[in-house]
Design a protein around this ligand. Structure first.
Ligand code: IMP
Length: 191
């Protein structure tokens, strides 16, 4: 085992176990980068990175690609839509026109798919040539809205994960590996 590697992380009463090692993540991102480079050769795509969670994934993903591209960063603001039952997320900070552009949304994780669904719909109103999604993690068991995730790093089970950009109450984003919720302090097994 390498130095400074922690097999378990505790945040409050929650204990997380190491799930995806940094080398595994890196190797998979190299593959995604190669796929994207082939698919978008000569298309000058624009990556739209969803902050905060996707910052680390995006930094590694774009460095694994070879074609000419642009990078933009957005945040999503939640608001209650009076016409619908759920919370809608609105994109903040798209600084360039997307008309006719090939857009690749870079996201950390697709869980229910609601965030991606509303984001894709909003981006499509800007008349891009195409919209695809690159997500590091994808929980197929949680999906409530069909999403075409064109580039998926890892399909994972329905358990909360942290690290490599993903947080729990703002903590753990800086961990180089991904950890999965193992159990609560009281011994209750989750996931
Ligand atoms: P969705 O709208 O349910 O697909 O949720 C997507 C967002 O929820 C992600 O961008 C994350 O911010 C957050 N999220 C969902 N599952 C997890 C998780 O296991 N760990 C950390 N954040 C998560």
């Amino acid at each position: 085992m390498k130095k400074n590697e922690t097999e378990q992380i505790r945040i409050g009463s929650r204990v997380f176990a190491k799930y995806l090692h940094r080398d595994t993540i890196k190797a998979r991102i190299q593959e995604l980068g190669r796929d994207i480079s082939m698919d978008y050769q000569d298309k000058f795509p624009v990556f739209i990175v969803v902050l905060n969670g996707a910052f680390m994934f995006a930094a590694d993903l774009v460095r694994a690609t070879a074609m000419e591209c642009q990078l933009e960063f957005v945040k999503l603001a939640s608001y209650e839509d009076v016409r619908s039952t759920g919370t809608i997320k609105k994109i903040i900070g798209i600084p360039i026109p997307l008309e006719g552009r090939h857009v690749i949304i870079v996201e950390d994780i697709v869980d229910t798919g609601r965030t991606m669904d509303s984001m894709i719909k909003e981006l499509k109103t800007m008349d891009p040539a195409s919209v695809s999604v690159a997500t590091l993690l994808y929980k197929p068991d949680c999906l409530q809205v069909a999403i075409e995730s064109t580039y998926v790093g890892f399909e994972i089970p329905d358990a909360f994960v942290i690290g490599y950009g993903l947080d729990l109450d703002g903590k753990a984003r800086n961990l180089p590996d991904i950890y999965q919720l193992a159990f609560e302090d009281d011994g209750t097994v989750e996931g």
